[in-house]
Design a protein around this ligand. Structure first.
Ligand code: ADP
Ligand code: MG
Length: 489
């Protein structure tokens, strides 16, 4: 991934338009359901089909979600915003126009902060506006014909537009991931990228440093973070090649083909005036009174960034750990529950974070499980970490117990420790005897250690661990060995 601000002497300029599907049960201007995956055209009502005489009625739930988003990014929520008709012809758009917001959108300004390689970055938003989605053309399974599914027509979207301030594909990906996590955290979008609930259009141009903005090409409908990065990287190289050949870039809309890894032009870009925008006479201005905004503000959850700052401050977590613990609300809730229980049992928050980033995430990812489906409850993890912290078991033994917990062998940590015989030796006298025995039997290693070979010392620790079947505390064993070796002659 490219994090270098200059590519072959050019500065990369990226602006994002993201379509987040709002998680309302019904459509933005009709009562038809929005559920994904229904049989074609079973969720398109008369309004969605644009039958004569039907009128749109705005869905309050879509507005609420737009307000919440605006508040979360520090934007202005417009007291009055306007729905407009955006005209174009396409078979999946029965009205012949899309209802969107144009000159006066509901969310104005705002900012998204994110981390790139541990460094704070931010991108300003131009706006976020409400609009309806179009239907879908189905090109498969029709023996050369195209079918139209209007189930998606009228699904509420929030289109979130950034300033052209992103400067690399790596920055673009981190922005997109942060925005995705935010809309899911807010509960306004389910974030399902395979189902198209979160789609990114990347506007890309290149220029010599200090030059005016170059001509952009817009890569449409990127629905995975990996494709997003590949598409931008390819597009940047393509544009630079062209400029280096003395050719101009023409403004265009392009598609990314994951199979070839290339972008290709779909159509030349329409200008705004081609769409013949005008205010939709069927919809009154959207008026949002201050008390509505106040209610949404009061209902807002603690935001991931504020929570991450709190975890750094109160739990002493490093910035990276705090960002990981706030990657999603479920993850954050699990962390807080485990941290509280661990604290009560005497283990530090950092141990919880380490385990969640390590053992827990590893297993969740391997099985494609969400944290909500984690088979080990937070309180149980806390007990396990407390046993490591007080020296009852080693970290290694804890992993074995965790495996057993995960596999459903029981949820009683202490019982599993005993059943597996993992309790560390606490009897210093017994351990000393074993240390002496190991020293006596491994004269060669002792000589090597005395000759300055550090590795020999590790071998001796290994022998003690072996002799105790892994039950010695490795730190204690090392300590005893050192003491004995410095005593002997
Ligand atoms: P349109 O409405 O025609 O799509 P906008 O001016 O609203 O155009 O911009 C759309 C997106 O393109 C925004 O995210 C903006 O930041 C981005 N953008 C505008 N100019 C450039 C440019 N020269 N290079 C890269 N991105 C750009
Ligand atoms: Mg646009």
């Amino acid at each position: 991934m490219n994090t270098n601000p200059l590519v072959r002497g050019y500065e990369v300029v990226i602006g994002f338009e993201t379509h987040a599907q709002l998680s309302t049960a019904s459509k933005i201007f009709s009562g038809a359901a929005t559920a994904f995956g229904a049989a074609p055209n079973t969720q398109a009502c008369a309004v969605d089909l644009a039958l004569p005489g039907t009128l749109p009625v705005l869905n309050r739930g879509a507005v609420e979600r737009a307000i919440r988003f605006g508040l979360a990014v520090g934007a202005t929520v417009a007291p009055v915003s306007i729905f407009a008709r955006k005209h174009y012809f396409y078979p999946d758009l029965p009205k012949g126009y899309q209802i969107s917001q144009y000159e006066i959108p509901v969310v104005q300004g705002g900012r998204v902060d994110f981390l790139l390689d541990g460094q704070a970055r931010s991108v300003r938003l131009v706006r976020a506006h409400l609009e309806e989605d179009a239907g879908k053309s189905l090109h498969e399974d029709f023996h050369g014909l195209t079918g139209i599914d209007l189930n998606r027509a009228g699904t509420p979207l929030l289109e979130i537009v950034t300033e052209p301030e992103l400067r690399s594909s790596a920055e673009a990906v981190e922005y997109a991931k942060t925005l995705h996590a935010l809309v899911v955290w807010l509960g306004i979008c389910d974030g399902n990228m395979q189902e198209g609930s979160f789609r990114c259009d990347a506007n890309v141009s290149v220029r010599r440093p200090g030059a005016p903005l170059g001509t952009r090409r817009e890569i449409k409908n990127l629905n995975s973070f990996r494709f997003l990065q590949q598409a931008i990287d390819y597009e940047v190289q393509w544009q630079i090649d062209r400029l280096e050949d003395g050719l101009a870039i023409e403004q265009a809309t392009v598609l990314f083909d994951p199979a070839s890894g290339q972008t290709r032009a779909m159509r030349s870009k329409e200008e705004a005036h081609d769409y013949r925008y005008f205010p939709d006479p069927d919809l009154p201005p959207l008026v949002i009174a201050p008390d509505w905004i106040a209610r949404e503000r009061a209902a807002l959850p603690e935001l991931p960034q504020a929570m991450a700052e709190r975890l750094q401050r109160d739990d002493g977590l490093p910035a990276h750990d705090a960002a990981m613990m706030t990657q999603g609300r479920g993850f954050a809730a699990y962390y807080e529950a485990a941290r509280d229980a661990a604290r009560a049992a005497g283990a530090p928050p950092k141990a919880v974070a380490n385990w969640m980033m390590g053992e827990v995430s590893k297993r969740l990812n391997a099985q494609a499980l969400a944290i909500e489906d984690c088979p080990v409850p937070a309180a149980t993890l806390a007990v396990l970490l407390a046993r490591v912290h007080d020296g009852t078991i080693s970290n290694n033994a804890a992993r074995q117990v965790f495996d057993a917990l995960w596999a459903g062998e029981g949820l009683e940590v202490d019982a599993l420790i005993d059943a597996k015989g993992l309790r560390q030796m606490r009897d210093a006298g017994a351990l000393e005897a074993i240390v002496d025995e190991v020293l006596a039997k491994n004269a060669k290693s002792v000589d090597e250690f005395r000759a300055g070979k550090d590795k020999a010392f590790n071998a001796l620790v290994g022998q003690v661990m072996k002799a105790t079947q892994g039950k010695a505390n490795p730190a204690q064993a090392a300590e005893l060995l050192r003491r004995r070796l410095s005593q002997g002659g």
